[in-house]
Design a protein around this ligand. Structure first.
Ligand code: SAH
Length: 479
């Protein structure tokens, strides 16, 4: 390498990494450049040089890519939320589909995976039904709400994120005005002092119902009635509450909820199922795309009406209830007790009687139900958090020998790791589809259908993990 730190280099961006950074080669070295888009020619300054790769800062786009666009948000680049604001939406979809394919090939050892179809959004703006705004102080001591800058807890003031509901702005402005009038301090993470930590806002897009939850380092908000009266003027307001979090932690929500006004939950609809959602429960953030995802899961489950179906990591029972009408019996498993309360209530309000829910970890509940109660499965649906399925859950799934497994994943690296295991235990990947739930970010949801491998369908997997050159992030995703 003829260049050293701080030198300028000219790079053609030929690929994009997991975090959305542009990737280009210079004298055989791979350089990662944040903010560069595939197809760009850029001038970049070398910031760090390793043995065969380096990091460079984007200085100038010399020749813009055909996929480059003007960011649709004034905070792009400073806010840590979106990584692909400078990229055309169709190109984002292509990037995500390729990322799924690469992970399944490289980590999953599924050498013949084609580029999967990906379901894009009709309108990639204002799709999020949930927002959590941190509250803090700016340099001049003003109370602000917004989003964290990348890799930091510095708040970029922003009361209207274009990915979220329009009402968020009115809610935040009223909360901030109330804090100023009543001299209420925001929480200071370093000193562990101050009251208001976050504002959580959820909206049911199908019903218009809005819930505001103030996360406080305490149990009491001064002049709470005045704020509540002000928030109630916003059309759709359904419930206002306090969540108590007095811990010195990065976890946003505490476990105690104190109602201020209205209901402790909102309702929403996906397809013809209604869901009740309380503040502590997980609910998919993009309802329009969730419908497409669940329809794919239903199609992959291929139910005839008498099957026993397990829905592991079921949250408030969204998928369980979506499948229940086409199945004989559905069992849901979820670790958050409040979510299971919602799931049971959701079954009741939809008149669904063939769904039963268990609180606990999938890796504890499933082996117990199988080994002690002899419960079986025709189809198992899993939708785990980013870390994927626990090995004990996967082992029991294999022992139960369901005909089909539908795996929904928000992290294609852990998905690929788990598919590799399942494919070594008699299952075969039959279908893969991507679903874009998070436009302008690097995240993507994947839905996979596995079925039992019959002898004649046997496919030789011609790549083993040892032969592959895995990146550190990919290695971390493997056991
Ligand atoms: N299927 C649901 C929720 C998916 S999110 C939906 O589409 O809405 C993943 C869920 O898994 C969360 O609700 C989380 O609380 C739950 N969870 C996390 N770890 C778990 C575990 N070990 N066992 C069971 N549930 C778990």
């Amino acid at each position: 390498m003829t260049k050293k730190k701080n030198d300028l280099i000219l790079l053609k961006i030929e690929d994009m990494g997991d975090g959305g950074e542009g990737i280009g080669k210079y004298e055989g070295f791979t350089f990662f450049v944040k903010g560069a888009v595939i197809g760009d020619t850029v001038e970049a300054r070398i910031m760090k040089l390793k043995k065969s790769y380096g990091y460079a800062r984007l200085m100038k786009v010399v020749e813009p890519s055909e996929y480059r666009r003007e960011p649709g948000c004034v905070h792009a680049g400073r806010c840590g939320g979106c990584q692909l604001q400078a990229m055309d939406y169709e190109a984002q979809l292509a990037y995500k589909a390729k990322k799924i394919q690469e992970r399944l090939i490289r980590i999953g050892g599924l050498a013949r995976t084609p580029v999967p179809e990906i379901m894009g959004m009709e309108d990639p703006w204002r799709y999020r039904n949930k927002a959590q705004f941190p509250v803090g102080t700016d340099r001049d001591g003003n109370v602000v709400a917004g989003f964290y800058a990348p890799h930091s807890h510095t708040i970029i003031p922003c009361t209207d994120c274009r990915l979220g509901a329009e009402e968020n702005q009115a809610v935040l402005e009223r909360v901030l005005a109330h804090m100023r009038t009543c001299h209420i301090s925001p929480y200071d993470e370093t000193a562990c002092r101050g009251l208001v930590r976050h504002v959580l806002i959820r909206k049911g897009f199908a019903t218009g119902e809005i819930m505001v939850c103030l996360i406080l380092n305490g149990r009491k908000l001064p002049a709470a009635e005045a704020l509540s009266a002000s928030l109630r003027e916003i059309p759709g307001m359904t419930g206002i509450m306090i969540n108590v979090n007095t811990e010195n932690t990065n976890v946003i929500m505490g476990s105690e909820l104190i109602p201020l006004w209205g209901r402790g939950y909102i309702t929403d609809r996906i397809g013809d199922i209604s869901y009740q959602i309380s503040p502590l429960s997980f609910y998919q953030v993009n309802p329009a795309q969730t419908k497409k995802l669940y329809e794919t899961a239903l199609e992959y489950a291929d139910l005839k009406g008498n099957e026993t179906v397990w829905d592991l990591y079921c949250g408030i029972g969204t998928i369980s209830l979506f499948l229940a009408r086409s199945a004989g019996q559905v069992y849901g498993v979820e670790v958050v007790p409040e979510a299971i309360d919602d799931a049971r209530e959701n079954a009741r309000i939809n008149g669904i009687q063939n769904a039963e829910f268990f609180v606990g970890k999938a890796e504890d509940v499933l082996p117990r139900k199988y080994e002690e109660d002899g419960i079986r499965a025709d189809v198992i649906v899993v939708d785990p958090p980013r870390k994927g399925c626990d090995p004990a859950a996967l082992e029991t799934m294999v022992k139960m020998q369901p005909e089909r497994i539908v795996y929904i994943s928000c992290d294609s690296a852990t998905l690929a790791r788990d598919l590799k295991y399942l494919c070594g235990e008699g299952y075969e990947v039959r279908k893969v589809k991507g679903c874009d739930m998070f436009g302008w970010t690097v995240h993507v949801e994947t839905c996979v259908l596995l079925s039992q491998l019959s002898a004649k369908q046997h496919i030789e997997v011609d790549l083993s993990m040892d032969e592959l050159d895995l990146t550190d992030a990919e290695k971390k995703a493997t056991y």
